[in-house]
Design a protein. Structure first.
Ligand SMILES: Cc1cc2nc3c(=O)[nH]c(=O)nc-3n(C[C@H](O)[C@H](O)[C@H](O)COP(=O)(O)O)c2cc1C
Length: 188
């Protein structure tokens, strides 16, 4: 069988221009080893507030674009700040748009995190994600202390050989998980 790249959609829970979470995802995309491709999605601020009445066809254009990206990817990587001991409203809003749809049900999902803080948010996000997909992998998790650093500094930190190796190992492990999930679905 011809091997193809695993494509990961990396969703940032922060809408901030100089977001550490978005910068971490960009650095992960830059470090992707052969066989993996990472597309960063940092447009949660463009999604309208979720309303079940608006789930009819056609979806609002930014939602349709987001859903199509989720459908196309082999797995989702999410990185988010903590706001008021919870996950940011924008990220929860995006997940709400997916919740009654087929695209998310078997989608492999993992978390990365750009801070030494934010454990309440991580706990909540784990609960939410394990509710919306059967293939959330809580143990596959990568965390760096990058709070208050600039995107440029984050690029430099992640370029350090040890960190780059950690990112490569993480992406390769996620690629194996995504393949295993596909095999399981195809054997159903
Ligand atoms: C409105 C707001 C609320 C926050 N609440 C918390 C919090 O409850 N706990 C925490 O550890 N950090 C909190 N923070 C700090 C952010 O989680 C932290 O700065 C994070 O690294 C920002 O991510 P970003 O750089 O990707 O935007 C808060 C920040 C803002 C703006």
């Amino acid at each position: 069988m011809i091997q193809r790249d695993e494509i990961f959609l990396a969703v940032s829970g922060s809408a901030r221009q100089a977001s550490t979470n978005t910068a971490l995802l960009n650095a992960i995309a830059d470090a992707a080893p052969s066989g993996c491709r990472v597309e960063v999605y940092d447009r949660l601020a463009g999604l309208p507030v979720f309303c079940p009445d608006a789930e009819a066809d056609p979806l609002p254009a930014p939602v349709a674009d987001f859903v199509a990206r989720v459908e196309r990817c082999d797995g989702l990587i999410i990185s988010s700040p903590e706001y008021v001991r919870a996950l940011p409203g924008g990220l929860k809003n995006a997940i709400d748009w997916l919740v009654s749809r087929d695209e998310i049900v078997f989608k492999p999902v993992v978390l990365v995190h750009a801070s030494h803080r934010g454990n309440d948010m991580l706990e909540q996000l784990r609960l939410v994600l394990s509710t919306v997909t059967r293939n959330f992998h809580p143990e596959l998790f990568l965390r760096f202390d990058l709070m208050k650093r600039t995107p440029r500094e984050i690029g430099e930190v992640l370029a350090e050989p040890e960190k780059r190796r950690a990112v490569e190992d993480f992406l390769q492990a996620f690629a194996r998980f995504c393949k295993a999930c596909r095999t399981e679905v195809s054997e159903r």
